[in-house]
Design a protein around this ligand. Structure first.
Ligand code: GDP
Length: 354
């Protein structure tokens, strides 16, 4: 919704972010903010290895112009908005949970649930249109006995029922077999979603708006991060020292943005493994469940093809034994083959043939 603090929060994120030029694979657009994923484990590894460089994992946030009621029928930014949101991997819905008479609320009063429902209705309607189109196409094939199409019809009909009831597709319990089939329809409400509650400086506790939002989000199994966008924006302009003092004053040990970034990373189903060399200590991003070869592939596609095995040390072992040699001597370095499912925090060396 307009005036909930999206731009304020996005600007704070961008200021805390990093120069996109260094990331050739990232989108360089004014509405894209690239931020490092805060991870204290990097500093712990660096303290042992003393690398020339430390490289964090990163996440891209895209600022998508506000949605208004009627977008699904092309009103306002309408279709353009929906096209942008379709390209993302997950959505963050910023919700106003602060009162301020100086900031106009488009619906006349602060009501996070009703705001969410306006947005959700539009997204559900857009998905419903897509689902009905697909149903029309697939039903014909199903009638002629095509097995795949019969399965698709069943999936689409479940979506149709939920969407008609303005329930997002992600709230439906699909079977393991159905989930991969759903992907081809690019439904917006099937994407993982989270809420950011934009609260007043003193609105983190005893805030009925926030309490209601938390209860609502829990029903949809969506995480909530409470943040004061105004405070984050002020902090983004401060020098490191001042920022630390400011955080101490408000009794926090890190900016709220950090919680947002970490929550987004998790929401995307992402996790981190490390490489730790004297040139560089680096966090690499993989999906939860990725195997050794898939994980090597994020460094270089050749690594995936030529993967032989990975020398692997669990993060805690690496720290406890003060590095690779120590862990190796203690028998904590494992040799993992192609089937190995990489764990969050693994410190890895890949052996591959070229
Ligand atoms: P957007 O339309 O969602 O992008 O909202 P903006 O970020 O432009 O914010 C709209 C207005 O609300 C601006 O005047 C902001 O200064 C104000 N605002 C944003 N966040 C907060 C907040 O946490 N508290 C208060 N009191 N005002 C805020």
């Amino acid at each position: 919704m307009p005036n909930v603090g999206k731009s304020t929060l996005f600007n704070a994120l961008t200021k805390a972010g990093i120069a996109a030029e260094n990331y050739p694979f990232c989108t360089i657009e004014p509405n894209v903010g690239i931020v490092e994923v805060p991870d204290p484990r990097l500093a712990q590894l660096a303290a042992i290895v003393n690398p020339e460089k430390i490289q964090s994992a990163i996440v891209e946030f895209v600022d998508i112009a506000g949605l208004v009621a009627g977008a699904s029928t092309g009103e306002g930014l309408g279709n353009k908005f929906l096209a942008h949101i379709r390209e993302t991997d997950a959505t963050v819905n910023v919700v106003r949970c602060f009162e301020d008479d100086n900031v106009i609320h488009v619906a006349g009063k602060v009501d996070p649930i009703s705001d969410i429902e306006v947005i959700q209705t539009e997204l559900c309607l857009a998905d419903l249109t897509a689902v009905e189109k697909a149903l029309h196409r697939v039903t014909k094939l199903a009638r002629s006995g095509d097995k795949e199409s019969i399965k698709l019809v069943a999936i689409l009909e479940k979506c149709q029922v939920a969407l008609n009831d303005t329930k997002p597709v992600r709230t439906i319990d699909f079977s393991k077999e159905e989930l991969p089939l759903l992907k081809q329809f690019f439904l917006i409400t099937a994407k993982p979603a989270m809420f950011v509650a934009n609260v007043a400086e003193d609105g983190f506790e005893n805030n009925p708006f926030l309490d209601r939002l938390k209860a609502y989000a829990a029903e949809q199994k969506a995480p909530v991060v409470a943040i004061c966008a105004k405070m984050e924006a002020e902090m983004a302009d401060m020098e490191e020292e001042d920022k630390k003092m400011f955080l101490a004053e408000i009794g926090q040990d890190e900016p709220g943005l950090n919680r947002l970034i970490v929550a987004a990373y998790k929401l995307l189903g992402l996790q981190t493994y490390f490489t730790a060399g004297v040139k560089e200590v680096r966090a690499w991003t993989i999906h939860v469940g990725d195997t050794g070869p898939q994980s090597a592939g994020v460094i270089h596609t050749d690594f995936e093809k030529g993967y032989i095995r990975a020398q692997t040390i669990a993060f805690d072992d690496y720290i406890a034994h003060q590095g690779e040699q120590g862990a190796k001597d203690a028998g904590k370095m494992r040799s993992e083959g192609k089937e190995y499912v990489v764990k969050d925090g693994d410190v890895m060396n890949f052996l591959f043939s070229s």
